[in-house]
Design a protein around this ligand. Sequence first.
Ligand code: MG
Length: 366
Amino acid sequence: MNITGIKVYQVDLPLHEGNYSWSEGKSVAVFDSTVVQVETDAGVTGFGEVCPLGPVYLPAYASGARAGIQELAPQLIGLDPLQLQALNLAMDRTMKGHPYVKSAIDMACWDILGKVAGLPVCSLLGGRYGEDVVLYRAISQRSAVEMADNTTGYRAEGYRRFQLKVGGRPDEDIDRIRAVREILEPGDKLIADANTGWLQHEAMRVVNAVRDVDVYIEQPCATYDQCLSIRRNTNLPFVLDEVIDSIDAILRGAADHAMDAVNIKISKFGGLTKARQARDLCVSLGIAMTIEDSWGGDIITAAIAHLAHSTPTEFLFTSTDFNSYVTTSIADGAPQRVDGRMAASTAPGLGITPKFEVLGDPVWAC
Ligand code: MG
């Protein structure tokens, strides 16, 4: 089977809450998502999606994803989409770095592989553990009172794991953490995610001030070494995210005992092929994971569900249903949250059918 064409669509994804805000005053009101369609000479078509969290979260931005795909895609015509390792090697030989550019293409080829095999992608990624997977709800940065109110609302919808967006002023963040933990029940999990927003002295103040609180600390500072310093000075469970972007980073973190859990985002690693490699390594190392992406709509949510559902349950710390945060549905068949949980589709491939009336015409094709 050969790739015969690649089409690119652009779609805006507004948010139910109006905007999503996190550390250092960063905020997005409308997400700019890119959908990739990979066509083959067998008449099988696959779909993928990539959606950076604005241009200041990771070294990735929406129009950059599309520019990179336009550079890369013509070199992939004639390659076999079923040979995913070979395809990834070809992408890496054609373009150094830029994992987010490659993510939607790789995702679309997994969709093709599943359709050809007649199997859901989760089966091809390792199996299906349990009936469904546990989700967290990101609590956008607001005042402590508003964040506690919003957490109460999402808890009523069935969520039991909450990721507070902190990384602001330390005194306000301490209030946010205490106010939200106050309304939670035993067994609920609370993660304070600073998204690199604290300097070391600020992070030390926060972890000292909440040392009696049942809370995880996620990515307090910008660099690995700064995070490691905080890690070595707190007993709170510790998650690394932004600095965990490669196999090397996971191995170094494991050797240093730098974290208890990591966040595996599909596009941060460059697609499902490399995210699966990272996932399997973490299972071997005994490291729990949040499995998700930077952001996205129905197609990314489907891909997340397949990777999360094929992860041994005890290693899946949390996952994300981004399609419930946004007002626009771009595909039928994507997972729908029930009581703070979701399940991967049992249909072949990713199990989604794009809504072309929403996607519109391709913005580019080769
Ligand atoms: Mg995070």
